[in-house]
Design a protein around this ligand. Structure first.
Ligand code: H2U
Ligand code: ZN
Length: 353
């Protein structure tokens, strides 16, 4: 049985650091600071997009995109090649190494945009279970197709939601970037998962999930096949981790029931987020799946991260500056307190009450 709040260290009172098992990096937790005053920047609260069609939106059905291409009159999800793709399939692959000091390499890839719905005004939280399930099926098909390309090693699906997170448009959508090399965050997680298995003989996230269910301090919501929790090592105030109960490596491995369970947990978690401050909650979310180079990666356990920037209200965001940029990320509200705020929230969206 692990030590919980031993006498010498009260996790809800004393400054301490916690280890992120997935990245191998530390986070500094300063629970005694939660009462400090704030006279800095506040953000404008965002309101739900009021219309289900916006003639100026480049993602709405039938509208022109920036390059002039017309979107089809789509009825559920719609996938297109990003018109301003950061990665391209046919770019040069040559590498450069100037005395071990200037090192670069060509990187090929492919970038897509996925519209979740033709309805401009929706968010994941307000979509039906069936519509979210359809988005999951689209992610699965796209992951498999991109992963099958010989120059692709990793498929990263992510959603930037809200102006505060840099989303260019409120129309519900996400991006998929498929790259020739394994990106930094996934590389750290792969290394940690392999090391954990090597040292302890078991899967890191299978073990972690079992412990979180036993302690029941950081779980936000769960169904039979998926759990959403605030990880012990969370950096962002209301950060969450979504973990399938079965040891699964990628979208392609998921059963029908697991895709339904993922739709359920996504809707329940994003509804809680919106209900927290009664706004469309901003976040960056995304899925980490095993690399798509054909190797099995048996130690890697599929999961999703939600990184919301808000701190104390709809208008106060956390800035990753100062000590965080130069030293170590830091948080005030503990992961346990954040889970305690999210867990009791209603699963009925505030706009429907
Ligand atoms: P974000 O909201 O996460 O920025 O995603 C929108 C993406 O849509 C962005 O990557 C692309 C941008 O390049 N886009 C197009 O592909 N076509 C357009 O007409 C506008 C935006
Ligand atoms: Zn739109």
């Amino acid at each position: 049985m692990p030590l919980r709040d031993p006498d010498s260290l009260q996790l809800q009172q004393h400054p301490h650091r916690r280890l992120n098992l997935l990245t191998g990096e530390w986070v500094l937790v300063s629970p005694h600071r939660t009462g400090r005053p704030w006279q800095g920047q506040t953000e404008r609260p965002q309101q739900p997009a009021p219309v289900s069609y916006d003639p100026a939106c480049y993602l709405c059905p039938g509208n022109p995109r920036a390059g002039g291409v017309l979107n089809p009159h789509y009825a559920s999800t719609f996938v297109f090649e990003n018109d301003f793709a950061a990665l391209q399939p046919h770019s040069p692959t040559a590498a450069m190494d100037c005395g071990g000091l200037l090192i670069a390499a060509g990187e090929r890839g492919s970038c897509k945009v996925v519209c979740f719905s033709p309805d401009h005004g929706l968010t994941l939280a307000r979509m039906t279970h069936a519509a979210i399930r359809h988005v999951i099926d689209t992610w699965t098909v796209q992951s498999a197709a991109l992963g099958a390309k010989d120059y692709i090693r990793s498929v990263q699906i992510f959603e930037n939601r809200g102006e505060m997170m840099g989303a260019s448009n409120p129309h519900p959508h996400c991006q998929i970037w498929a790259s020739e090399n394994v990106p930094n965050e996934l590389a750290k997680e792969l290394h940690s998962s392999e090391e954990y298995r090597r040292r302890r003989g078991v899967c890191l996230l299978c073990s972690y999930l079992a412990l979180e269910h036993e302690l029941d301090e950081r779980v936000v919501c769960a169904n039979d096949l998926y759990t959403a929790l605030v990880p012990f090592w969370a950096v962002w105030p209301f950060e969450t981790l979504l973990v399938p109960h079965r040891h699964t490596g990628a979208f392609e491995d998921m059963t029908d029931a697991e895709r339904d369970a993922l739709a359920d947990i996504l809707k329940r978690l994003t509804t809680r987020y919106d209900n927290l401050f009664e706004i469309p909650f901003p976040y960056t979310m995304g899925f980490h799946q095993r690399p798509a180079d054909g190797s099995p990666y048996p130690d890697f356990h599929f999961h999703a991260h939600f990184y919301p920037p808000l701190l104390r209200s709809a208008t106060i965001r956390k800035f990753m500056v100062g000590f965080e940029m130069l030293a170590t990320p830091q948080r005030d509200i503990t992961a346990e307190a954040a889970a305690g705020r999210l867990r009791p929230l209603s699963e009925v969206h505030y706009t429907l009450r």
